[in-house]
Write a protein of this length. Sequence first.
Length: 273
Amino acid sequence: MKTVQSLSIIFLYLLAIGSVWISANIPQYHQLLRWITQENGFFESLSVLFLFAITAYGMYALRRYAFAPWMRWVIGLFSLLTFLAGMEEISWGQQIFHFQSSEYFLRANLQHETNLHNLVDGNLFSSVIYSTVYTLLVFLPLFVKLLPWLQSRWQGLGYFDINPHTILVVLFASVFQIYFYDDFGVWMDMVTHLGALGLFGLYLIRKKSSIWLKLHYGFVLLATVISMASHEVYRFENMQYEIREMFVVLAVLLIFVEQIKKERNEKGSMDYR
């Protein structure tokens, strides 16, 4: 199972960064990235699939295993949130059944679709999401690993001690951005990404790590260089956001499964089969 998971992630890595490089450097395929990241395209469809996979696994775990009451609430609430997010992504079925939006959504929604997240300014929505992702899935987990005393002082931080390979999946997601564009938000995004890469590099230096983790990190660095060199293909398009979203949701799925398994192992949860 681990092998299949690893090969699938490698395939998605190569497809994503390969599409960027090909679109930027081979004129006859310059529309490849636009095609693969279009609305309801490959990457958005995967995002929806992974969101519903989180919901399904959460419901499966609640039905099959015993957890502390507060953990059941956490799993149930998170499963509900991912279900709502998945429904938002497909505009509550509008993307599938193509029904007409109401007058309110035609007037107020940025894409004239029946969903709530496009009622919010795109830059504000993205900034809030990315800030949360960087804080909870990159910086906090890395500080927990680099400063072990944090866990002894605040026990709850143990839940942020996530697999370093999963942190790299999040960092790979942030590879795809409009580098060197004259906008404060873009520059902050770039500085944050490069700072996170530097912090992960410090983690590799200070902690004993496998060759596979180092190779994974090296590939994310290479992808960053390729994306930087090809950043013109992103300008004024929505293409990079679909890729970033898909990899972030994939990382959340991996973390969710990992945390449930860890909770079962640590608490000795009973199997109800």
